[in-house]
Design a protein around this ligand. Structure first.
Ligand code: ASP
Length: 315
């Protein structure tokens, strides 16, 4: 038997002051949703799906409703889920007009022989499994519209903007271990603002944007996707952990290496099969929360670690 734990993130980026409280509230709520699944004997897979779903439905975050916009004002989303017991995964990329890409990713994992469906093929599969289409406008937040306008006025390239202003965006993710010792991860994102139509980031790519293996642990990444790709961030952390390096050291080193080699910034949440559970980020802020044994920890600023009971009469 293992002690169930869930960690969630709401993206590593600058997080302006006006979004700090909503980011705290959203990540706490998602960790509670995932923990409720684990606490009632549910699986790590169901817990990460429930947590990510909560974050996709919260317009504060760049996933599902609230996704950032492509250069032509469209919403194109990526999501993935992975089972650390079987190493099966399901991902979708560049998918349009669905409210919860994480549910579609789970269907890809459960009902196809594939790891990743993209674009029109992913939308066709959504129809096949009865996931309903929603209008693009229902996924667009005022913040995403404002941000696109700002990028268009001041932007050179998305790459420059990410580096100069430390902005990425608030992609969401979760990693969990259940009472059976099974481990899973899930991530969902609208990507980065002003991206070219058709651009896919690291998030739905196992090894780059995340990984889960019962024998080692799980990682969900956030930050500049092109940089995360180049260093294969998640699997770099898993490889270090396999060699006996602690989750914290593996994560800190891998992020430092990404900054050094490709000048890329981001953050990770990491869970070890040995019970380690940590967060690490090189951006100004990252919203995160984790829940274990009835206690919720959360933070947004570097070094911050606030606690409260998971079951809180105010929630
Ligand atoms: N990694 C995501 C992407 O590049 C963005 C993020 O994590 O904020 O699509």
């Amino acid at each position: 038997m293992a002690t169930p734990v869930i960690i969630v993130h709401g993206g590593a980026w600058t997080i302006p002051d006006n979004l700090v409280q909503p980011s705290r509230d959203g990540t706490k709520c998602a960790a509670r949703a995932g923990y409720a699944v684990l606490d009632s004997g549910g699986s790590a897979l169901d817990a990460v799906q429930a947590a990510v779903l909560e974050l996709e439905n919260d317009p504060t975050f760049d996933a599902g409703t609230g996704s950032v916009l492509t250069a032509n004002g469209d919403v194109e989303m990526d999501a993935v889920i992975m089972d650390g017991k079987t190493l099966k995964s399901g991902g979708v990329a560049c998918v349009h007009n669905i409210q919860n890409p994480i549910n579609l990713a789970r269907e890809v994992m459960e009902k196809t022989d594939h790891c990743l469906l993209v674009g029109p093929g992913a939308n066709l599969f959504a129809e096949e499994v009865g996931i309903k289409k929603v209008p693009t406008e229902s996924l667009v937040s005022d913040e995403a519209l404002r941000e696109l306008e700002c990028y268009k006025v001041y932007g050179n390239t998305v790459d420059d903007l990410f580096r100069q202003r430390g902005t990425g965006h608030d992609t969401v993710g979760a990693v969990a271990i259940d009472s059976q010792g099974n481990i899973a991860f899930g991530t969902s994102t609208g990507g980065i603002s002003c991206k070219k139509p058709g651009r896919v980031g690291d998030s739905p790519i196992i090894g780059a944007g995340g990984y889960a293996d019962n024998e080692v642990g799980a990682v969900s990444c956030t930050g500049h996707g092109e940089s995360i790709f180049k260093v294969v961030l998640a699997y770099q952390i898993i490889t270090q952990m396999k060699m006996g390096v602690s989750a914290q050291e593996a994560a800190d080193k891998a992020l430092a290496n990404m900054a050094k080699r490709v000048h890329g910034f981001g953050g990770v949440i990491v869970l070890g099969s040995n019970g380690d559970h940590i967060t690490s980020f090189t951006t100004e802020r990252m919203a995160w929360a984790w829940a274990k044994e009835g206690v919720l920890h959360h933070g947004v600023n570097p070094g911050e670690d606030l606690t409260e009971p998971v079951i809180n009469e105010n929630n």
